[in-house]
Design a protein around this ligand. Sequence first.
Ligand SMILES: Cc1cc2nc3c(=O)[nH]c(=O)nc-3n(C[C@H](O)[C@H](O)[C@H](O)COP(=O)(O)OP(=O)(O)OC[C@H]3O[C@@H](n4cnc5c(N)ncnc54)[C@H](O)[C@@H]3O)c2cc1C
Length: 546
Amino acid sequence: MGVAKLEQDLAFFQSILGNSGVITDADALVPFNRDWQKKYEGKSSVALRPRSTEQVSEVLRYCSSRRLAVVPQGGNTGLVGGSVPVFDEVVLSTAAMNKVLEFDEVSGTLVAQAGCVLAALDEHVGSKGFMMPLDLGAKGSCQIGGNVSTNAGGLRLVRYGSLHGSVLGLEVVLPEPLLPPPPSRGGPHGSGSSNGCSGGSACAAAGSATDARVLDLLRTLRKDNTGYDLKQLFIGAEGTLGVVTAVAIQCAPRPASVQLALLACPTFAAACTTLRAARRMLGEVLSAVEFLDSACSDLATAHLDGVRNPLLPHDAAAAVAGLGEAGDTGGAGAARGRQGGEEGLVAGGVGDDRQFYMVVETHGSNAEHDTQKMERFLEHVMAEGCVTDGTLAASETQAKAIWRLREGIAEALARRGAVYKYDVSLPTTVMYDLVEVLRQRLAAAGFGPEEAGVQVVGYGHIGDGNLHLNISAPRYDDDLLHQIEPYVYEFVRQHNGSISAEHGIGLMKAGALPYSKGPVAIELMRRIKETVDPQGILNPYKGGDG
Ligand SMILES: Cc1cc2nc3c(=O)[nH]c(=O)nc-3n(C[C@H](O)[C@H](O)[C@H](O)COP(=O)(O)OP(=O)(O)OC[C@H]3O[C@@H](n4cnc5c(N)ncnc54)[C@H](O)[C@@H]3O)c2cc1C
């Protein structure tokens, strides 16, 4: 941008958003320009913080008229470089759009502005006996608009399904109006809206029914077969089609009983057998099945303060003592499994064969029934030999500590140095083959752990066939990258998988889309983009737009 033009742009943005809504200070811009991994960094000289749908619409109207590129940004926890500028695009942050608009305690439907942080929403609906249908390690920072825009999966998908099912409605501001301007802009916003929201006023408050840039799909209906389900287009669109300004989502009743087990398995095949048994024996109460390899466990315990693996010999005693705080009987919804003599321990001793760990959780309404089910399952998998050791959380504190081991892996990897992250869907039984073949390939090319400090590790949502393959290295290195890509993508294509299970395409995989989508599908995506965003101002270079 030229200096005079930039001044003019800033003056306009300030007239709409006020001074506090326009960030230009170089230090203050750093967190808007740099991604969570500190891997991608743009050079934007302005970040905007609108508070309302109307302000977003005004900003996009202006940016469209000036052909200024815009990067929508939520909590900036995305892992594919989609949430930060590539060059000097305007950052449009939804952080100040953080109001809960409506919650229906009978149906459990929540309507919230896009900038609400996931954990805050979970707390809000939790106070009314409900729970958000998704949960992920970044819940303290990621926003519901970002979750929708990435179609985030997370830890509970196995039970509560994807956002394509739980999102009931969306409000989206498009880069261009799809209708000619209305004769007058003076009328009351939202009046006469028939959007199906039970509370009416809350949904209408989210946006304007008369603005042809605002796509009002903010319904709270479970059933609505009126032509194309347009909201689905924006779930996972990664900010390339519009700015999501409000979300209506179906929450689940908060479970009265939560059981959580951490299990050790000798092989990945044994982990797969355990998964099958969990599905069969825990059935309707099964809510999460996660896995991590022993290298991930070591990374988390080495790099994160206070994180322990209660199944590891050197940690076991401290963990059992440390996890079960005196007097902690767990709050409502806490797991209460107690096995054998020592609190939390299922197996008598600690086995040698613990190459993989699994986190298995149940959500139910009857603690006695669920505990019984979990215990039978544990007895079965241990008798079969596919689980060599295990611990059942006996309190909410213990459950949180086990989840921290699993959820902390991304953070531990980031602390170790550079990380090449791949988030792939593969048939479950071959998922871990990718980790092993890549480990061998890199070692053969001189990128082994000893000589180059490179570690190849795997963890993820085994219950959904979703592997997080991570290559941790002391620094980013193009020679190493060339050993990894396109090899990983070719492996995925060969096994009919997806190069992005849940993180999205972003900047990282913009050129790799053909590994998972055919030419006809890519052409349809291109035409949709062209129709909705003919000038290509929204999140350029991302999501297959590269
Ligand atoms: C520790 C950690 C654990 C994670 N675990 C998981 C996991 O289990 N499952 C999973 O799926 N992901 C996971 N992620 C990735 C990330 O948290 C999710 O993708 C999350 O949904 C991103 O939300 P956000 O608000 O941070 O979005 P951002 O990172 O800000 O943005 C992500 C993308 O969405 C677009 N966007 C954001 N807000 C809007 C909006 N309002 N309108 C239009 N476009 C928008 C951006 O342009 C960008 O392309 C994890 C990340 C971390 C750091």
